[in-house]
Design a protein around this ligand. Structure first.
Ligand code: ZN
Length: 154
């Protein structure tokens, strides 16, 4: 699958969401998984696991992760096409991975959240009932004391 490495958790306020730079545009260092961003004057850590991602993000580091290239996703049809080809298994996998990476982007904005998903360990705000990354049901919590308002069925 064709992927691109995008920068997450960039502290520069103008890039509050996702740094528009790509991994390839950063300066290599003596470590293959670390590059330097001249714009932020920060090291960026290429992460392949969720544990690495959370560790670096919690340390306040910029992280880079791989996300499927948009050319891997199914085509978008507008209007009333006479025939829409079914998604291939590869396109469905690219869609699933893209959705998960967007969930991780969202989770990294909630690093100060009072709870984390019990399955994937990414932070999640108290108002969300299911994990944006893995879909695990967590129930909603009240804002103040962390009391669960509705509890998972199992
Ligand atoms: Zn999760």
């Amino acid at each position: 699958m064709k992927t691109k490495r995008t920068i997450r958790n960039c502290p520069l306020p103008v890039f509050r969401q996702v740094c528009p730079k790509t991994w390839e545009s950063l300066t290599p260092t003596d470590q293959a998984s670390v590059r330097h961003c001249a714009q932020c004057d920060q090291n960026v850590y290429l992460c392949s696991t969720d544990k690495e991602t959370l560790g670096h993000a919690r340390a306040g580091h910029c992280v880079a992760r791989e996300i499927p290239d948009s050319s891997e996703l199914p085509a978008m049809y507008v209007g009333q096409p006479t025939y829409v080809p079914p998604h291939t298994a590869e396109q469905d996998e690219a869609l699933r991975l893209t959705h998960r990476e967007r969930g991780i982007n969202d989770a990294l904005k909630n690093l100060r959240a009072i709870r984390s998903c019990p399955r994937c360990h990414y932070p999640s705000p108290s108002w969300r009932t299911d994990c944006r990354v893995c879909g695990c049901w967590m129930g909603r919590m009240s804002q103040g004391d962390g009391t669960k308002l509705d509890v998972p069925a199992d």
